[in-house]
Design a protein around this ligand. Sequence first.
Ligand code: NI
Length: 222
Amino acid sequence: MSFSPCIKLCEGTLSVMMRRLVFAAAGLALATAVAAVVALYLSNSGLREAAKNATAPAIGGPFSLIDHTGRGVTEADYRGKLMVVYFGYTFCPDVCPTGLYKIAQALDALGEDANGVHPLFITVDPERDTTAVMKDYVANFHPDLVGLSGSLEQIGATTKAYRVYVAKAEPEAGAAADEYLVDHTAITYVMGRDGGFRQALSHGSSVEEITAAIRKALDDRS
Ligand code: NI
């Protein structure tokens, strides 16, 4: 009598389990490593390094858009002051209003120093966000807030330059064709007087953190 069939079977089962375990562990390690790299990349220091490094593509750059008064503008029109740039769309149910409200609060907290800042709201949804729509919308938040729209190509080039993720969702069943949501990056970019990248603030940033980041960029005379 031999136990070998059972042992073989058990060994076989064991080795399959071990292999699965090793695969799972390797998968987890890989996922963790990827998450760590992404987190590092998204951290401010990572972004700042990327912006400083001439070989890495910088965040921001030239743009050609239409402001909420109907005037054609480029990034050169905003030189000499900081740009605080936020991408979103007026139909956004809560993320954009929250982000813009916090930027407005930060501008108020800066007092007279806010004169050194151009707060810019750039739409990711130019098809609905016309000049007239943008004009009404920005007035809800702050008198200094500039709403920028443009053609699909102009907006596409700008979101690409700022590496903003934009994904138009299908309207819900029963909703009108123009009642769609747009998934988008909700980052506040602080750009220097030279138009260069200074800092990126996540959606969760507090008014105090946004205020401090703007103040730091204002104090930076380089
Ligand atoms: Ni939004």
